[in-house]
Design a protein around this ligand. Structure first.
Ligand code: ZN
Length: 66
């Protein structure tokens, strides 16, 4: 049987409370590891906010990043 109350930490996709986008902390940890450290400290918000919202730029700003 699968345990319904205890989900494995770090493997399930998170949903951003700001924009509702799904994201994977594990993926971000491997591809954007530097954001988890100073000065961004995304490790403090990675469970609730996607990286875009945490950085406060939004996907539009990322899309037109030079
Ligand atoms: Zn977001």
């Amino acid at each position: 049987m699968t345990n319904q109350n205890e989900q494995p930490v770090g493997t399930d996709p998170c949903v951003c409370v700001e924009c509702g986008q799904q994201y994977s902390i594990e993926e971000l940890r491997s591809s954007n590891a530097h954001y988890f450290d100073a000065p961004h400290h995304y490790d403090r918000g990675c469970e609730r906010y996607c990286l875009s919202c945490w950085l406060g730029v939004g996907s539009l700003d990322i899309a037109r990043d030079p």
